[in-house]
Design a protein around this ligand. Sequence first.
Ligand SMILES: Cc1cc2nc3c(=O)[nH]c(=O)nc-3n(C[C@H](O)[C@H](O)[C@H](O)COP(=O)(O)OP(=O)(O)OC[C@H]3O[C@@H](n4cnc5c(N)ncnc54)[C@H](O)[C@@H]3O)c2cc1C
Length: 385
Amino acid sequence: MDFELSKEHRAIRDAAREFAQKEIAPVAHEHDRNHHFPRDIISKMGELGFFGCLIPEEYGGTDYGFMGMVLITEEVSRFSSSIRGAINMQCTGTAYNILKNGSAEQKQKYIPPLITAEKLGCFAMTEPNAGSDTLSMETYATYENGEYILNGTKTWISYATVADITILYAYTDPDARAKGLSAFILEMNSPGVSTSEIDKLGTHSFPSGEIALNNVRVPQENLLGGPGEGARILFGSLPDTRIGCTAGAVGLAQACLDEAIKYCKTRTQFGQAIGNFQMNQALIADVAMNIEAARLLLYRAAWQKDQGVKNNVLETSYAKMFAANVVVQAATVAMDVHGAYGYSTEYPASRYYRDAKMYQIVEGTTNIHRLIIGLDRLGIRKANR
Ligand SMILES: Cc1cc2nc3c(=O)[nH]c(=O)nc-3n(C[C@H](O)[C@H](O)[C@H](O)COP(=O)(O)OP(=O)(O)OC[C@H]3O[C@@H](n4cnc5c(N)ncnc54)[C@H](O)[C@@H]3O)c2cc1C
C-alpha cells in the first residue's frame, strides 16, 4: 500500500492547480454573480487535455485514468464547483460512456470533439416524475424506417441549454421495463428538441435545464449499445460520474476549509485572532479531519477503477455520501467563522454554501447512497454485482 501520489499524478495535480489559480480563481466569483457560463474556460480545459483522462490516445485522450481525472476535478472545484462540472459533462458521463458502449463510428465521431470541448455534452436521465426512481421515466422511442422517434421531457439536465450532444435514455419497449430501456446519442440541434433554463440556488456558472422532445427523429446508428441495453449503460455510467462528483465535493470542501482558516487568522475580536478561540479551532479540526477521510475514500474508489475493478458501487457510495455530507459541513463552518461576512456576497463563503448543497442531491441523493450501503451490509441486495 502506498499513500503517496506518483510523480506523474503530482505533475497532473500541479498543472491543474496552476491553471485553476490563473484562469479560474480571478473570475469565478464574478461569473457566478452574473450567472455566466464561461465557454472560453471550458475550451481551454479541453485544449489542456483535462477532459481526456479516461480516453486512450487513439481518440486524442491523455489516458491519465480515474486518479488523474479526480485530481484535476478537485483542483478545479477548489476555485469553482460550477466549472468542475464540465469534466463529467465532457468526459466521464459522455465521451467515456461512448468509449465503453459505442460503435467504432460513434467513437470516431463523438469522442474527439467532446474531449477537446469543440462540442459540449450532457447526459439525460431525470424527468419531472422520475428522479431517484430513474426507471420510472416516461420518455419513449418508437422505431420507424431506420429511425427512432423520441417523445418526452427531461429535467434538471446539466448543460441542457448549451450542449451539442446528449446521451439520453428512453423506453423502446416500456412493457419490458428495465430490459426495454435504450440509450441514444442525440444531437441537440435535431428538429423537435427544445430547451429552457432552470434558475437555481447555486452553481450559477453551470447551466441546468429542461429538454423537451417532440417527435425527435434519431437515426438508428445513434442508438448507444443495442436496443434494451439502456439500463446496463446507465447503471454502468453512474459509478463513473459519481466519482467525478465526489472529487468536486472534496475540492469544494477544501476551498471552504482554506477560506475558514484564512479568516480565522485575519479577523480579530476581543483583542486576538478568532482562530485563538478553541470553539473555532474545534470547527476547523473536525472539518480538516473529515476532508482527509473523504479524500481517502475518493482516492480508493478512483484507484479501484484504475486497477480494473469492474464493480465498486459500494465503495463509490461510501465516498459520494461521505464527501457530500462533509462539503455541506465544511461550507457551514466557513459561514460560521465568517460571522456576518459569511452572509455577504463579498467573501466566497456564501457561494460555497450555495454550491455545497447540490452534492447531497445529484448523482444519487444521500438517502439513495444510504440505501445502497444499508441493503448491501444487511445482505439484502449486493451493491457490487
Ligand atoms: C444541479 C443539479 C444538476 C443535475 N444534473 C443532472 C444531469 O445532468 N442529468 C440528470 O439526468 N439529472 C440531473 N440532476 C437530477 C438529479 O439526478 C436528481 O435531482 C436526483 O436524482 C434526485 O431526484 P429528485 O430531485 O427527483 O428527488 P426525488 O427522487 O423526488 O427525492 C426526493 C426526496 O426523497 C428521497 N427519496 C426518494 N426515494 C427514496 C427512497 N427509496 N428511500 C429514501 N428516500 C428516498 C430523496 O433522497 C430526496 O430526499 C441534477 C440535479 C441538480 C440539482
